[in-house]
Design a protein around this ligand. Structure first.
Ligand code: GLC
Ligand code: MG
Length: 536
C-alpha cells in the first residue's frame, strides 16, 4: 500500500495530451496549425480534463522531418508564430492550471543549423568535433555498416572536407557528438532557456540514440529481418544505440531539471522492458518517465497484454513511476490498429492502468488514419521507402473539430487532407452525444482525476481467461474492478477464487451504468466496464 504521506507530483497524478502542432488548429489561414490556434483550442483541452500538454517541435527548422530537424533551438518557426505567441500560450496554459511540455531534440540538429554549417566548413573548425566525422575506409566506403532509420546508409560523404558524417535519420539531420563537453554544455543551456521561461518539462526525442559506440563497431545482422520491414531493421543497432554512457547524459539533463521546481523529463525510448527500466537511472537520477510503448507493439490479445502489463509492473525499479501510451505521431492510430469499437476499450485500459497516461490528439474522438494518396505523401519516412506503407502522414492529419469546410481546422486547404467522413466524426458532433467516444474519454478522465484509487492507487491483476483482461485498482478505502473484453464476441467473467459485489460506474455500453453486479458478469463483444466495488 502506498504511503499516505507521500506527495504525488503533477506528472504522476495527471494526464498528458500530445499535440502535433501542424495539425491542431490553423489561425492564420496557411493550412498549417500554429500556436495561436492551440490557444484558441485550450477550452477543449481543459474541458477534457487534461493535466499537461506536450507539443511536438515548434522551433526554427527547414522542416525536412517536420520540425525534428532544428536550426535554432531557442526560436519559434514563423509557421507556428513568434516568441510572443509562445509566451502567450505558456501563460494561457498556466492560467488554466495546466502544464506545458516541450519537445527537446538533442540527438541531432538540422544540417542548416549554424553549428553544423561551421562544423562542415573545414576539418580544423572549432566545431568540427561537435558532430560525428569519420574518414572513409581505404576503399572509399563508409566507416561502418550503420543504417539510417529513414532508409539507406547512415553515413553521408562530404565532398569538401573529404570525410563522412553520421546521421541516424535523414542526411539533413546530422547527429551531434555527445562525447564533446561543449555540445553537452550548449544543450543544457537550451534546456535552461526554456525552463527559465517557465516550461514544465521536456519530452526528449530518441533518448536511446544519444551516444554511439566509441569504436563505431559494425552492427550485427538481424537474422529475423523480413523484406516488408524498413531497411533499418536489417541490422540490430547494438553499437549505434543504447550505449552505457547515455545514462551519464540523461543524468546531466536530470540535474538541470532538478535545479528547478517540479520540472520533468519524458524519454522517447523504443527498447525491451528490462533495457527501458535502466533509463529511470540509479536512484531515480534519470528520466522521470521513460515512455512505455508496450501498448503500441503488443498484439491486441488479452493474454499477451496482461503478461506485458505484469512484466512491466514487476520490472519497475523502486520509486519508478509507470506510464502508458496508446498512440503518437510516429505510429498508426489505435482505431486503425484495433478497430473503432476496440479503441473504446483501449481508452478504458489506458485511463485505468497504474501510471501516467498520454493521449494522442484526435484519439479522444476516435480519429482514424487517413489514406493519403501517393502523390500527396509528405513524410520523409514514406517518401524514402516507398511501397512499404511506412508514411506517418495518416496519423498526422488535421484535427476534426466540426462539420464545416476543412473541419474547422483552417479556412484554407489543410497541409494534409481530411477523411471523407469528417462531417460525421468531429468534436462538435460528439460533444453532447452520450454514446460518443469523446464522452467516454471525458468521463474516463474525470473519474481517473477524481478517484485516488485510479490515479495513485495500487494495481493487481485478477485472474481471467482471454479474451478478458481483468484487474483491480485500489487504495485502503476504495476498490475498482476493471473488466475489458478484447474481442468482438461476448465473454463471461466468473472467477473461482474472487468474490465481488459492486456497481458499474462507467461502461462502453452506457446503458449498463448504475447496474449492480456480483459474483459473475457477462460482457458483450467490445465491452469494457469499471465496477466500483462495495466496501465490506
Ligand atoms: C523521433 C520522432 C520522430 C522523428 C525522429 C527523428 O522518433 O518522434 O517523429 O522523425 O525522432 O527526429
Ligand atoms: Mg497557420
Amino acid at each position: 500500500m502506498k504511503d499516505k504521506q507521500h506527495k504525488y507530483l503533477w506528472w504522476q497524478e495527471g494526464i498528458i495530451y500530445q499535440i502535433y502542432p501542424r495539425s491542431y488548429q490553423d489561425s492564420d489561414g496557411d493550412g498549417v496549425g500554429d500556436l495561436q490556434g492551440i490557444i484558441k483550442r485550450l477550452d477543449h483541452i481543459q474541458s477534457l480534463g487534461i493535466t499537461a500538454i506536450w507539443i511536438s517541435p515548434i522551433f526554427s527548422s527547414p522542416m525536412a522531418d517536420f520540425g525534428y530537424d532544428i536550426s535554432d533551438y531557442c526560436d519559434i518557426h514563423p509557421l507556428f508564430g513568434t516568441m510572443e505567441d509562445f509566451d502567450e500560450l505558456l501563460e494561457a496554459v498556466h492560467d488554466r492550471g495546466m502544464k506545458l511540455i516541450l519537445d527537446l531534440v538533442p540527438n541531432h540538429t538540422s544540417s542548416e543549423h549554424p553549428w553544423f554549417k561551421e562544423s562542415r566548413s573545414s576539418k580544423d573548425n572549432p566545431k568540427r568535433d561537435w558532430y560525428i566525422w569519420q574518414d572513409a575506409k581505404e576503399d572509399g566506403s563508409e566507416p561502418n555498416n550503420w543504417l539510417a532509420m529513414f532508409g539507406g546508409s547512415a553515413w553521408e560523404w562530404d565532398e569538401k572536407t573529404q570525410q563522412y558524417y553520421y546521421h541516424a535519420f535523414l542526411k539533413e539531420q546530422p547527429d551531434l557528438n555527445w562525447r564533446n563537453p561543449e555540445v553537452q554544455k550548449v544543450m543544457m543551456d537550451v534546456m535552461r532557456f526554456w525552463l527559465d521561461k517557465g516550461v514544465d518539462g521536456f519530452r526528449v526525442d530518441v533518448m536511446w540514440h544519444m551516444i554511439k559506440d566509441d569504436q563505431l563497431r559494425d552492427n550485427p545482422i538481424n537474422p529475423d529481418y523480413k523484406p516488408h520491414q524498413a531497411t533499418y531493421e536489417k541490422l540490430i543497432p547494438a553499437y549505434s544505440t543504447d550505449q552505457p554512457e547515455v545514462h551519464d547524459i540523461v543524468h546531466m539533463m536530470r540535474e538541470v531539471l532538478d535545479s528547478y521546481d517540479e520540472r520533468m523529463m519524458i524519454g522517447e525510448i523504443y527498447l525491451p522492458i528490462h533495457k527501458l527500466m535502466t533509463y529511470y537511472g540509479t536512484d531515480q537520477n534519470g528520466a522521470h518517465l521513460p515512455f512505455n510503448f508496450l501498448l503500441l507493439s503488443t498484439d491486441w490479445d488479452a493474454t499477451k497484454i496482461a503478461s506485458n502489463i505484469n512484466q512491466y509492473e514487476g520490472a519497475l525499479p523502486d520509486g519508478g513511476w509507470p506510464n502508458w501510451v496508446l498512440g503518437n505521431h510516429d505510429q498508426p492510430r489505435i482505431t486503425s490498429r484495433v478497430g473503432m469499437e476496440q479503441a473504446r476499450v483501449a481508452a478504458m485500459l489506458l485511463l485505468t492502468l497504474r501510471g501516467t497516461p498520454t493521449i494522442y490528439y484526435g484519439d479522444e474522438i476516435g480519429m482514424r488514419d487517413v489514406p493519403i494518396p501517393e502523390n500527396e505523401v509528405q513524410d520523409p519516412q514514406g517518401l524514402n521507402m516507398p511501397g512499404l506503407n511506412l508514411s506517418r502522414d495518416p496519423q498526422r492529419t488535421p484535427m476534426q473539430w466540426d462539420s464545416s469546410e476543412n473541419a474547422g481546422f483552417s479556412n484554407n486547404k489543410p497541409w494534409l487532407r481530411l477523411p471523407d467522413d469528417y462531417r460525421r466524426v468531429n468534436v462538435k458532433a460528439q460533444l453532447d452525444d452520450k454514446y460518443s467516444t469523446y464522452t467516454l474519454y471525458r468521463r474516463l478522465i474525470k473519474l481517473r482525476q477524481e478517484e485516488p484509487a485510479l490515479h495513485i492507487g495500487d494495481y493487481r491483476p485478477v485472474e481471467a481467461k482471454a479474451p478478458l483482461l481483468a484487474y483491480l485498482r485500489y487504495t485502503s478505502d476504495q476498490r475498482f474492478l476493471v473488466l475489458l473484453n478484447l474481442s468482438h464476441k461476448p465473454c463471461h467473467f466468473a472467477p473461482e477464487h474472487f468474490s465481488f459485489e459492486g456497481t458499474i460506474e462507467i461502461d462502453t455500453l452506457p446503458e449498463r451504468e448504475g447496474g449492480r453486479v456480483s459474483g459473475h458478469v457477462s460482457l458483450s463483444g467490445d465491452e469494457g466496464m469499471i465496477i466500483r466495488l462495495d466496501q465490506s
